[in-house]
Design a protein around this ligand. Structure first.
Ligand code: HEC
Ligand code: HEC
Length: 281
């Protein structure tokens, strides 16, 4: 196992020398010419990071540019689908989201506080569970799949309402247990490559891994449009992809493990601005 890690360290070291300056880490994110988004934030006192940096900073100039104008940002095609779904009647009760939540803007501020502990279920609520609870409990409609198009269109639309607001998830009190689990998962080495999330996103951010510029693995920009698969991607789908890359068996989307990991990773970005919907490679 040691050998794999050493090999990877070599790859990382090598490519740092050969491929520099593909991203503009000093660029500032201004959307539509007037919405200033802070892509850096001071790290909280107990943080493992020196400073918090959004994944946007690590992308190439071209990818960065796509997020600087909503006309260029492909996410907005999906946001429009979300708007249609929002107004669409579905399920046995004959209701749409808009029947009860008249204006989607009323969800302003929600994204920055998720996931959060639900006292009734004793589990963490995420944007996906909140949407599906309304579908199944209040509309008599089928739940949407965690990372499929309808769900990510809706979570993108709702998350957009909080764009620019600082992430502020609660990690103490009732949420403490999930936070501890998430932290443990973040630092546990898994898979054939025997690596943890921290090995890449804490120890090596700023370095190159093959052709990719490693970021801190922040989730302030999710759901994110990826050029790689040309669709909106959920947080859990990204976690799954990273676990597969290190040849580990991923947890299931929506599992308690991924919800806990989501809380922990979100908390590592407490203070960074919500950037949803972001664009990544
Ligand atoms: C029959 C009325 C009704 C319908 C239809 C409905 N909701 Fe809700 N929704 C509620 C109520 C009541 C709550 C809990 C109180 C609140 O936060 O507004 C809620 C809560 C939520 C929350 C959590 C809000 C928060 O701040 O905690 C989200 C997100 C949400 N709904 C999204 C949706 C979406 C998306 C749809 C359509 C797919 C939908 N709802 C359909 C009544 C409804
Ligand atoms: C072998 C290195 C490696 C490991 C280990 C790894 N990742 Fe990643 N991850 C990447 C790469 C490469 C990317 C794409 C470039 C970037 O944003 O860092 C990425 C991207 C991400 C992103 C998207 C960031 C953004 O701004 O869109 C998140 C979130 C993430 N990883 C979380 C995790 C979590 C959680 C774990 C542990 C379960 C993990 N990663 C393990 C390499 C890794």
């Amino acid at each position: 196992m040691k050998k794999f890690t050493r090999t990877l360290t070599c790859i990382l070291a090598l490519s740092t020398i050969t491929t520099v300056a593909i991203a503009d880490e000093d660029a500032e994110l201004v959307i539509n010419g007037d919405l200033n988004i802070s892509t850096k934030a001071a790290a909280p006192a107990d943080s493992a990071l020196d400073e918090l940096i959004s994944g946007w900073r690590f992308r190439t100039n071209e990818t960065q540019a796509l997020q600087m104008d909503d006309f260029d940002n492909p996410s907005f095609i999906f946001i429009e689908q979300g708007e249609d779904l929002y107004a669409k009647v579905d399920g046995s009760e004959g209701k749409s989201c808009a029947s009860c939540h008249e204006d989607v803007a009323s969800f302003e501020g929600l994204k920055s506080t998720l996931p959060r502990h639900n006292a009734t279920t004793g589990k963490l609520d995420t944007m996906e569970t909140l949407v599906n609870d309304c579908r199944t409990e209040r509309m008599g409609a089928e739940p949407w799949k965690w990372s499929k198009g309808k769900m990510t269109a809706m979570t993108s639309l709702i998350s957009l309402q909080s764009r620019g607001m600082p992430i502020n998830v609660k990690t103490d009190g009732e949420a403490a247990g999930a936070y501890d689990l998430g932290k443990e998962l973040y630092y546990t080495r898994v898979g054939q490559l025997d690596m943890s999330c921290a090995n890449c996103h804490e120890d090596n951010y700023g370095n190159m891994i093959r052709a990719d510029h490693l970021s801190q693995g922040q989730i302030n920009g999710f759901p994110t449009y990826r050029l790689k698969n040309a669709k909106m991607n959920s947080i859990h789908a990204r976690f799954k992809g990273c676990m597969k890359n290190i040849r580990a068996t991923p947890f299931k989307e929506g599992s308690d493990e991924f919800r806990a990991l989501e809380l922990y990773v979100a908390s590592r970005g407490n203070g960074l601005s919500v950037e949803s919907p972001s664009v990544r490679n």
